[in-house]
Design a protein around this ligand. Structure first.
Ligand SMILES: *[C@@H]1O[C@H](CO)[C@@H](O)[C@H](O)[C@H]1NC(C)=O
Ligand SMILES: *[C@@H]1O[C@H](CO)[C@@H](O)[C@H](O)[C@H]1NC(C)=O
Ligand SMILES: *[C@@H]1O[C@H](CO)[C@@H](O)[C@H](O)[C@H]1NC(C)=O
Ligand SMILES: *[C@@H]1O[C@H](CO)[C@@H](O)[C@H](O)[C@H]1NC(C)=O
Ligand SMILES: *[C@@H]1O[C@H](CO)[C@@H](O)[C@H](O)[C@H]1NC(C)=O
Length: 342
């Protein structure tokens, strides 16, 4: 009896350190304690994906042509060298382009369904970036990676598909206490007070609902109309859907970094974690196909944003890691909502 009691006590006391061991030493405990938990959409076909696998499933293109210079093989340790190849324009002209025709829906685009614990391991599908802002203020970014974004269908058209998708939550801390949470959505997003957010299992971790296909992050389930930029409505013409589908705990299979605002350098908490890919300034998916491409479909020919396929996104470095407000520094007023909204 006593033996079993001791054994179960030992197991209990081990349980939390075992979970904590998922992150390398040095990551502030509050960053892990208050990390968002993500509910994917129940019908999601484009799940979280391994960041490094995107490099093997794609090749770098410049002006729709595979580049011949640049590092080979491309890895998370040398991806940044693409910024410097001829004509790269500091990476802005480089597009990691699918090896297989995207219109044939190659399997890698579907990503990885999290296991029963919510982990995508061995696929590493998240980068956690801790930014010390001074004065005991810390921003923890949780960058989510998906190999593909399904844009959604409007009337009879699918619009806004792209290879590669980077979305994020950010939790702002003061003295290790969470203050507010940012939810990225399309070109901007929403901020809420930490207190307002729904918590996982009545605990302390905020819930983020990832929308079907677009992976925009919302604080509640349901419909989210985003026809008018920065005005989310409960229904309308261009709608994102969220619900309590598969649970994803991004912290369970993530790379962990710090970012220094002054030197603009990243550093990994774990010496074995690749760092250089974070400096890549190019796109993580194909460049928008011209209308001459038979897979492309632009219902309103003069509005090139409204096409079936658009360009892939840039990576975490372009997400305003040094932001002043909880929202990105984009000139749009930053409202920290005290109550949950679509
Ligand atoms: C550090 O990274 C290596 C390689 O990914 C991994 O095997 C190891 O478990 C990590 N260590 C910690 C403490 O996270
Ligand atoms: C969810 O996305 C899939 C494509 O991945 C689409 O077929 C389906 O209609 C979408 N569901 C809703 C409710 O929009
Ligand atoms: C891109 O390629 C096209 C066709 O090969 C060529 O006409 C055009 O000048 C190139 N653009 C740039 C910026 O190199
Ligand atoms: C959040 O709620 C806690 C507990 O109710 C309270 O102590 C704290 O002051 C609140 N924080 C903010 C920023 O409102
Ligand atoms: C943050 O970084 C961006 C891009 O690196 C730069 O343009 C901006 O001036 C920086 N802002 C602050 C507040 O340092």
């Amino acid at each position: 009896m006593a033996f079993f009691l001791l054994l179960s006590l030992a197991l209990c006391s081990l349980a939390s350190p075992l979970l904590k061991r998922q992150a390398p030493a040095g990551v502030p405990q509050y960053v892990l304690d208050y990390a968002p938990i993500v509910y994917l959409y129940s019908g999601e076909k484009y799940l979280p994906s391994d960041i490094g696998a995107q490099l093997t499933n794609t090749h770098p293109d410049l002006n729709f042509t595979a580049i011949t210079d640049g590092p080979k093989p491309l890895t998370l340790d040398n991806l940044n060298e693409l910024n410097n190849v001829n004509g790269a324009n500091d990476g802005a002209n480089i597009y990691l382009t699918s090896n297989e025709n995207v219109a044939t829906n190659p399997a890698y685009l579907n990503g990885v369904l999290p296991d029963s614990k919510g982990s995508t391991s061995p696929a590493v599908s998240c980068a956690v970036i801790v930014v010390d802002r001074g004065s005991n203020s810390v921003d923890a970014f949780f960058m989510y990676f998906y190999a593909f974004n399904y844009g959604g269908s409007y009337v009879d058209y699918v619009i806004g598909d792209h290879v590669g998708d980077w979305e994020h939550n950010m939790v702002r801390f003061q003295n290790g206490v969470p203050q507010a949470v940012w939810y990225s959505q399309h070109s901007n997003g929403e901020a809420f007070t930490y207190n307002a957010t729904e918590k996982y299992n009545n605990g302390v971790r905020p819930i983020s609902y990832s929308a079907n296909g677009t992976h925009a992050n919302y604080a509640i389930t349901g419909k989210h109309d985003h026809t008018i930029p920065d005005v989310n409505l409960p229904d309308g013409l261009i709608v994102d859907y969220t619900d309590k589908g598969p649970l994803w705990d991004p912290t369970l299979s993530a790379y962990y970094y710090t970012y220094d605002e002054g030197t603009e350098r990243f550093a990994a908490y774990n010496d074995s974690t690749p760092v250089n890919w974070l400096y890549f300034l190019g796109a993580w998916g194909d460049e928008q196909y011209p209308t001459s491409n038979p897979d492309q479909d632009c219902p309103i020919p003069d509005i090139t944003e409204l096409c079936k396929y658009v360009s892939g996104p840039t990576g975490p470095i372009t997400k305003d890691l040094n932001r002043t407000e909880v929202c990105p520094d984009n000139g749009i007023p930053c409202i920290i909502r005290p109550v949950l909204t679509p």
